[in-house]
Design a protein around this ligand. Structure first.
Ligand code: SF4
Length: 106
């Protein structure tokens, strides 16, 4: 049996952690999360579900990851653009170098 915690509902009371410590733990945000599945007995998990004061625990077929991440879009057929250079070499050469030795204009 797999379970999932709705963090939006969880109030972090810790009841589920106390009842089923192999399945639930409190995260850094103070909310419970199901970090393992199929380790506590179904009876224990049912008890945790019934005991949750926020009704935040539910049975699921397949739990979603704690932080659902949108799948990355497929790579397009267009090649990735190379970063543009800061200045073209031809632009750098447009500025004439100062001439040494003078040319009579003092
Ligand atoms: Fe959250 Fe419910 Fe567990 Fe309490 S029993 S920590 S409200 S999921």
């Amino acid at each position: 049996m797999k379970v999932q915690v709705d963090k939006a509902k969880c109030i972090g009371c810790g009841t589920c952690v106390a009842l089923a410590p192999k399945t639930f733990k409190l995260g850094d945000d103070g909310k419970s999360e199901a970090f393992a599945q199929d380790v506590d007995s179904q009876e224990t998990l049912e008890q945790a579900i019934q005991s949750c004061p926020a009704q935040a625990i539910s049975k699921v077929d397949e739990p979603k990851p704690a932080e659902a991440v949108e799948p990355a879009p497929e790579e397009s057929s267009q090649p990735a653009q190379a970063p543009q250079p800061v200045a073209q070499v031809s632009q750098l050469e447009e500025t004439p170098a100062p001439q040494e030795g003078g040319n009579g204009n003092v």
